[in-house]
Design a protein. Sequence first.
Length: 199
Amino acid sequence: MKFKNIGQKILIFFAGFPGVGKSYLSKRLYDKMPDPSFFIFKDNEFTTELFRSGKEKRNPDFFKPPFDHEAFETIRCNWFTKYYLPALENLFNDFEVITIDINFDRIGIRKLFLNWCNKNRIKPIIIEIRVPEKEIKQRMTRDSTHPSAAERPTALERMKEGWQEIMEKHYVVNNSQYSLADPVEKLIDILKKEKLIWH
């Protein structure tokens, strides 16, 4: 399968809590559609490289109480503006379709990215990935190799506390291991519905 040339760049947001499989589904979708115009923006790898390069420093105490969701949202918006948006702008010089795995948990963060898409005439598609909480925690216990493995359980709890429901147009995909439907087939159905790929 190939993406159609619709005369517009496309940014697909894989949204959801840590551990729901956003990065995993991005990779599986790419394996199904190895289109040269398609790029996966890997949030964890990008962030890890920023820490590794010394541009930013990881604060292991950040998620400890008292926790201020509004302050954290501001920090993240500044982070995204400083690093993510310029990186995406450069990537769109070479690619037509980009997926990004991002929590997208706060209104301010969604507004930042969607306004940027509008300004740059990029079509945004939001796909929220959902998994039962018990299953997320089981995955986190098993996946000790994740770059942020030590912080993820606490990050999940903080995100649950401050999650602001996605009210913008979006799709929902169930990525539970107990689901009978293949989540990648669901993703492909969404792209077909948006008239982005050939049937």
